[in-house]
Design a protein around this ligand. Structure first.
Ligand SMILES: [Zn+2]
Length: 227
């Protein structure tokens, strides 16, 4: 799944307005950023296999560190602890935002279980594999993923308002960029090699995270922050 993860990041702003959209989206796509890093470092492996599913041209045959049930729980716990224990400000008030960040991180695994064929392990390549294979249906994938994405964007738009034209048009720009990437991903040719997949997964997504931080800085929350 791709922009569905971004949809979760957008939606969670409604749940915890104290967290920047950038951090929420970072959490929602963190497992894919880690996958890109581990792929480039040679710790995890996947290969391009056009036709592997109707939507995705990949065989993910070895990625238990970033994409396994145990891995997802551990990364969510890392996110929780990093935010909660950050050595600045009031720790008590950071518990709920830290939990929401952890939920964003773990949500990635749930959405991937829905879309992938059974290639997501509990932990380790010999453990049972999960995957509900939504990627075998182009129509189903687009409906589910676009649905999550647009509900998320609408919730974010309702939870915030722009304080400058950057906040207004930045959000539009971000949605457009994600749509273009999504259409290219879904209908375009497969990527040339796994190195470009790793680079896009890390650098490309970190650029989108940076854009989300910038958009969020130019918008304010219009519902009172929970105390
Ligand atoms: Zn993933």
């Amino acid at each position: 799944m791709f922009i569905g993860h971004y949809g979760i990041g957008f939606a969670l702003k409604k749940v915890e307005p104290g967290l920047s959209l950038g951090l929420l989206i970072f959490g929602a796509v963190m497992l894919d950023i880690l996958f890109g890093v581990f792929l480039l470092a040679g710790f995890e492996h996947a290969k391009i296999a056009p036709g592997a599913t109707v939507v995705s041209p990949f065989e993910f045959y070895d990625y238990p560190i970033s994409h396994s049930a145990v891995g997802a729980v551990v990364w969510a716990a890392v996110g929780f602890l990093a935010y909660w224990l950050w050595p600045k400000g009031d720790r008590a008030s950071r518990k709920i935002p830290a939990f929401v960040l952890a939920a964003a991180i773990f949500s990635h695994f749930i959405l991937d279980v829905i879309s992938h064929t059974p290639d997501l392990t509990i932990f380790g390549n010999n453990s049972p594999k999960l995957g509900l294979s939504l990627w075998n249906s182009l129509g189903g994938t687009i409906i589910v993923e676009m649905g999550i994405f647009f509900v998320g964007v609408i919730l974010y738009r309702r939870a915030t308002k722009s304080v400058s034209s950057s906040g207004k048009y930045g959000l539009v720009l971000m949605v457009l960029i994600l749509m273009v990437f999504y259409i290219g991903n879904t209908f375009g040719p497969p990527p040339p090699d796994m190195i470009s997949v790793g680079v896009i997964s890390t650098a490309g997504q970190l650029a989108l995270v940076a854009l989300a931080f910038w958009v969020d800085r130019n918008r304010i929350t219009i519902q009172p922050a929970k105390s």
